[in-house]
Design a protein around this ligand. Sequence first.
Ligand code: ADP
Ligand code: NA
Length: 330
Amino acid sequence: DRRPRVLSGIQPTAGSFHLGNYLGALRQWVNLQDSHDAFYMVVDLHAITIPQDPAELRASTRLAAAQLLAAGVDPDRCTLFLQSHVPEHAQLAWVMNCVTGFGEASRMTQFKDKSAKQGTEGTTVGLFTYPILQIADILLYHANQVPVGEDQRQHIEITRDVAERFNARFGRTFTIPEPYILKEAAKIYDLQDPTVKMSKSASSPKGIVSLLDEPKAAAKKIKSAVTDTGTEIRYDPEHKPGISNLLTIYSTLTDESVPVLEQRYADKGYGALKTDLAEAVTEWVEPFRARTQQYLDDPETLDAVLAKGADKARAVAAETLAEAYDRVGF
Ligand code: ADP
Ligand code: NA
């Protein structure tokens, strides 16, 4: 297989993924499956860096996997697995902990944001070393490319630094990954406040379309999206963030370009755009919900898919870990 290898992970979240996750990330996962040798995982090890309920974690991890499959991640065209099924992640992470500088790890900005939310006593060492587990995630598979948004760039930088340091000290072992900035990846904003990105931590559920929303509820959220008082349908994120966000969602979901949409709706007004987009979202959400439910209703099939994915992943991970262990003197 001479295709570049790509690795990407997503945290299981309580409840469903939202439209931002799909249009900004999962859709690209689906699109990369043929051009790349893709490894996709649900990063449940990362999920315990903050307090979790075991039953909820188990359920949300399965729900995440079911949604990935429903979104079009195809286990016959990629390697889909749960991180905790591949013990090599934790094993290589320990080695990487011992190659990473404390100061270097301290400079990771996401820790500062996340630990501020947990408070000093609530902050685990796992939250601090999370980027080092991520280093192991990437290096285990000799990933050439890691799809990232701008805010994740620092994580690729530290992965490259640590991998290069390991290679220099112990001999060439790891592939140095490149960030793969998703050019076509849309950034989706909150429907009620189009100046902030759509996020599961939104202040109101009205601003986010969850992928498992009742189709009617999803349509209602689109129709109630905040827009400016004008009438002109024009892509202008600075002056018309609400309309621009709807155009982005529409364009990404249906593969029609923004200029084509601008032209089609030029004389039709906001109402027509919202009605048609609501319909497009409903048409997407409906089968997505049904497919997700099929996997949840058939746990044996889901287990089998994930077990097969774990086997494929382990075949690669075990080899990399064995070499790394050998290099460090185990
Ligand atoms: P959230 O922001 O809701 O907490 P995550 O941080 O778990 O979501 O993100 C999971 C994936 O979805 C990441 O790849 C992230 O870049 C992408 N993503 C999240 N929100 C958006 C958004 N509003 N627009 C585009 N992509 C997004
Ligand atoms: Na986030």
